[in-house]
Design a protein around this ligand. Sequence first.
Ligand SMILES: [Mg+2]
Length: 253
Amino acid sequence: MPSQNCLSEFDPATCALLLDVDGTLIDLAQHPDDVVVPPDLIDDLAFLHERMGGALALVSGRTIGVMDRLFKPLRLPASGAHGAEFRFDPAAPAIRAVRGDLPSTLLERLTALARRTDGLLLEDKKVCIAVHYRDNAAAGPWLRAEIDEILEDMRELALSVIAGHFVFEIKRRGHDKGTAVSHIMQRAPFKGRKPYMIGDDVTDEAGFAVAPSFGGYGISVGREVPGFPTLFSTASDVRAWVAATASRHRVAA
Ligand SMILES: [Mg+2]
């Protein structure tokens, strides 16, 4: 069990940061395109990425292309779409860990579902599809049953669904934030460092589970997760810690 004070042990020379984006670094919005990335956060992440010898990565359900747009001009090492995409060198293009897009038949079924349901928003990330229902919050259990039925009809595709904050993410089995953290931690400059994986949602738990096998920590934001400490209440608290950590090391530099 990680100690409650693992943040006090954080050392940019020997640790790695693996950070979820939505709800962890930035506040959630009603629509995923409406999120705001504070300029100070971009500056602080850029500084820490440099100060940590590059061992700071974003690990998100967003695609890497979208993350680049949100954090512009900063490009960081990243895994996108729940471990379906990777980019280890920020100057390089993203590479896929999966073969091909999800089949169009799946998108057609989900589009038909969205057409006959109020308040759904489909986000087609090609290698996974997010069904957002924040505008129809009560639809959750019914929607999950509908999605499960579609996946059962298409079981030869070996798909899985993960539930997040008012979103169901449909993707192939075999990749998640756990495989993402594992791949990242086996590559320079992350290899041999102690990972701090910070996330706010159910999808992050697979990443938390892997962090201890690399000597590190899974840290939850705003939710109780058995076996992992909740050291931040909100994304604003995470940003304050990132800012304080950057500030401390700016002074020390
Ligand atoms: Mg999140």
